[in-house]
Design a binder for this molecule. Structure first.
Ligand SMILES: NC(=O)c1ccc[n+]([C@@H]2O[C@H](COP(=O)([O-])OP(=O)(O)OC[C@H]3O[C@@H](n4cnc5c(N)ncnc54)[C@H](O)[C@@H]3O)[C@@H](O)[C@H]2O)c1
Length: 305
């Protein structure tokens, strides 16, 4: 299959590109490099440095592709609160331009990167795909909810095949966001530097941490689906954030101090996914244990310092 990955220079996009290539697909990467890293893109992929706002150029390269995996977005929640206009423009308007470019070039299949944040405060655990969607506490979440609806609309109006993947908490080698606000890379970087680990809620929050290779393989697994699908991509294991710190300590073999940052407005205290639906549909399930994933991630950051 000929697949175009937007945001393919980013953390999740670069892993997905590599695993699609390994599975025998042809991959075109589009990224404006505003956040991603060109050196993260697998050399077997064809790369175009294009901003998604340039609908004309996108139409020029889209023709002939079978599928688009749409990952390009601004992702930092705090930044979205400070600059909602940029998030609405980039994550919504530019994504709708992409859908229009696809419609015009007759590329009618999209896999969209959504997020567990669409559930808001979950009504029960583990979260199932048909659980109610929740109120959003920041503009980033609204952009994900809105684009889920736009993708569904293009399925209804134009018969697009559309798979929405709601990621839980991806982590792993190659996570080089700037700024980095995610727990695991920040914990590991602080622990390696023997600096106190910044911690909200005394580490009592519960999250579903999914190893990046497993997450990326979910895209490979759903690539042949037709119609409209929505899947959680998580591990079904709720892990206390403090337990992550303890596991990092155990792997490193020394105790790490924490820097208590208190509470943080807008945080959901606990979420984790049911992955029964994607398992039933395409036999995907996570394979890499948290201990193994953390070891590989620590090794990656050890090489970086
Ligand atoms: N990382 C997470 O924890 C997480 C969780 C849930 C959902 N997601 C979603 O997964 C997707 C990928 O996330 P990531 O962690 O790889 O982020 P990332 O920042 O590493 O990658 C996003 C990429 O998109 C590119 N990009 C942004 N705007 C663009 C534009 N207008 N034109 C072209 N390229 C553009 C950036 O340069 C970057 O390389 C995003 O849609 C994000 O919302 C991420």
């Amino acid at each position: 299959m000929k697949i175009l990955v937007t945001g393919g220079a980013g953390f999740i996009g670069s892993w997905t590109t590599k695993l699609l290539l390994d599975a025998g697909h042809e991959v075109t990467v589009v990224d404006n490099l505003s956040r991603g890293h060109q050196e993260s893109i697998d050399s077997r992929a064809i790369f175009y440095q294009i901003d998604l706002s340039d609908q004309y150029r996108m139409e020029g390269i889209l023709a002939g592709h079978d599928t688009v995996i749409h990952m390009a977005a601004l992702i930092e929640v705090g930044e979205s609160v400070k600059d909602p206009v940029s998030f609405a423009e980039n994550n919504i308007v530019n994504s709708v331009k992409l859908l229009e470019a696809m419609r015009k070039t007759e590329v009618r299949k999209i896999i969209f990167s959504s997020s567990a944040c669409v559930y808001g405060v979950p009504s029960k655990l583990p979260i199932m795909e048909d659980d109610p969607l929740g109120a959003q506490s920041n503009p980033y979440g609204i952009t994900k909810l809105t684009m889920e609806q736009f993708c569904t609309l293009y399925h209804n109006l134009y018969s697009f095949d559309c798979t929405i993947l709601r990621y839980f908490n991806p982590y792993g080698p190659g996570e080089l966001h700037q700024p980095e606000t995610h727990a695991i890379p920040n914990f590991i970087k602080s622990a390696l530097a023997k600096e106190p680990i910044p911690l909200y809620w005394k580490g009592e929050g519960i999250r579903d941490f999914i190893y990046i290779e497993d997450l990326a393989l979910a895209h490979v697994a759903v690539i042949n689906l037709t119609g409209l699908h929505i899947f959680n991509v998580g591990t079904e294991k709720g892990i206390k954030v403090m337990d992550i710190i303890n596991k990092i300590s155990d792997i490193l073999g020394y105790k790490v101090e924490v820097n208590d940052l208190g509470e943080r407005a807008g945080d959901v205290m606990a979420n984790y996914a049911s992955f029964a639906k994607i398992k039933k549909e395409v036999s995907w399930e996570p394979k890499v244990s948290l201990e193994e994933g953390l070891k590989r991630t620590i090794e990656f950051f050890r090489q970086k310092v």
